[in-house]
Design a binder for this molecule. Structure first.
Ligand code: LLP
Length: 471
């Protein structure tokens, strides 16, 4: 596996971006694979796509494009499935990782469906607070939380602060002492496992910024310091091994290592670990060929792995916790774009690749440019039986790396004004969006039972110019 350009813990790179299989049929290019598209997404009688019972042409007409669309019923059902499957596997709490996508509405939906929320900044905390999610359902992450973020979390009664450094132990302890409370904390331990999709790398040490090493004694030292501080109470240990993981093998190595840390803490310091948070990273299908293990099996396997590791180590089994983000919101979202220009380019090989430019790009989905992520794209405003052509769906930004879907097949009769839909963009698209080239960030529309409503409104030029003190 090649190293990820953005560092560890990210999605896999496409290893051979130019490799294309033989042209698919027109039907295949029109089809909406269940594993990739939201659960309530299909083509209506006239061939146009509907999502949550709403015609995508109406969404674009009413809300503009590009626009992110979230299938609320789909998102809620995934939240419920994760809450129930992981509870059954021994979890006391399943947190939704807000970094994948957060808004007040989504915070409420996931909380109503039984999830807590993992926030990784004061901003994410503020959204969860505004949504009315109670403090004990929140957990705070971050490798460099500011004093203001720590204080806000403690004042709100955030149930778990995951400490990531020695400095932070002292900071949280002093903020908790000032507030006159005992703050529950967890220690983020690194266990030398980095997992992506089917593969993981296991080493003794990790060369990255998060956590405290389970191997070198840093995590044990953190526990020792916490035990001496009356304003902190240690709840447990935390480990997050990566993202877009398709099976439980990486969790098995990680659980073994973190449980042996718990065993050492028991034997050497007499400290029992009540809770083990094994992080998030459960993978989703972006393209037809992606085949992640189903939710219930993954949960059951990880539960068994943790039980076995504890039994082998001779320690009492802690309760578990998890933090899936992408798996809850990713598959529930699509992005709609309008086609602007269509440009056939003849390659040296004689193959023609058609560049289809849409009205957004790397500012609303950086994942293709940043990670080489793959996506599925469909003609959404109508169906077509025209023969497929090899395309690259690109944005409108001033750089050639501004690619939304690197290799796609779209019908030959594609025309400016057509709407395209890109699947599985619910996670890490809006949350990583930018204003590059002064594009306004798209809005987010929720759909359910035939009705669409704005969750986050589209930015306006006034919003952006309002930040410019000379405007
Ligand atoms: N917990 C911790 C401590 C994390 O760092 C993350 C993700 C999660 C939970 C949630 O992971 P998920 O279940 O969503 O995979 N921007 C990248 C992903 C970065 C993930 C960072 N941490 C992407 O677009 O693929």
């Amino acid at each position: 596996m090649r190293a990820h350009p953005a560092g560890p813990r990210h999605g896999d790179l496409v290893t051979d971006p130019g490799a294309m299989v033989a042209a698919p049929t027109a039907e295949a290019v029109d089809a909406l694979a269940e594993s990739v598209w939201p659960r309530h997404c299909s083509r209506g009688a006239d061939g146009a796509m509907t999502i949550g019972g709403v015609d995508v042409r109406d969404i674009a007409a009413d809300h503009g494009s590009p626009v992110y669309v979230l299938d609320e019923v789909d998102l809620r059902s995934r939240a419920r499935e994760y809450a129930s499957a992981y509870r059954q596997a021994g979890a006391s709490r399943v947190y939704y990782a807000a970094k994948a996508f957060l808004s007040v509405a989504v915070a409420r939906w996931v909380f109503e469906e039984g999830l807590g929320i993992d926030v990784a900044s004061g901003g994410e905390l503020a959204v969860a607070v505004r949504a009315g999610v109670p403090g004990d359902a929140l957990l705070m992450h971050g490798n460099n939380k500011s004093m203001a973020e720590i204080t806000a979390a403690i004042e709100y009664g955030v149930g778990r602060i995951v400490v990531d450094s020695f400095e932070e132990i002292a900071r949280v302890a002093s903020a908790a002492a000032d507030a006159g409370v005992v703050q529950p904390v967890m220690v983020r331990a690194t266990v030398g496992v980095e997992a992506h999709t089917h593969e993981f790398i296991a080493t003794a040490h990790e060369d990255q910024k998060f956590g405290l090493s389970a191997e070198t004694g840093a995590a044990e030292e953190a526990v020792r310091r916490i035990a001496k501080l009356p304003s902190l109470s240690l709840v447990g240990l935390h480990s997050h091994i990566g993202s877009q993981i398709f099976d439980s093998s990486g969790f098995e190595v990680a659980a073994g290592r973190i449980v042996s840390l718990a065993q050492r803490l028991h034997e050497e310091q007499g400290i029992d670990i009540a809770e083990l948070n094994l992080g998030g990273g459960m993978g989703i299908a972006y393209v037809d060929s992606d085949d992640p293990i189903n939710v219930a099996d993954m949960a059951a396997q990880i539960g068994r792995i943790a039980s076995r590791a504890c039994a082998d180590a001779g320690i009492d089994e802690p309760t578990l916790a998890f933090e899936p983000g992408r798996a809850i919101v990713g598959p529930a979202g699509i992005t709609l774009y309008e086609v602007g220009t269509i440009k056939p380019v003849e390659l040296d090989s004689g193959v023609v690749r058609t560049y289809v430019s849409v009205d957004g790009g790397m500012s609303d989905n950086i994942r293709t440019a940043l990670y080489g992520a793959e996506y599925s794209v469909r003609l959404a405003s109508r169906s077509s039986s025209a023969p497929p052509m090899l395309c690259r769906v690109v944005g409108k930004h001033c750089e050639s790396g501004d690619v939304v879907v690197r290799d796609a097949w779209l019908p030959e009769d594609l025309a400016p004004g057509d709407l395209l839909a890109v699947a599985a963009t619910g996670a890490y698209c809006r949350s990583m969006a930018s204003n590059y080239n002064y594009l306004t960030r798209p809005g987010v529309v929720g759909v359910r039972d035939g009705a669409a409503s704005t969750i986050i409104r589209r930015e306006t030029m006034d919003d952006l110019l309002g930040l410019d003190t000379h405007a």
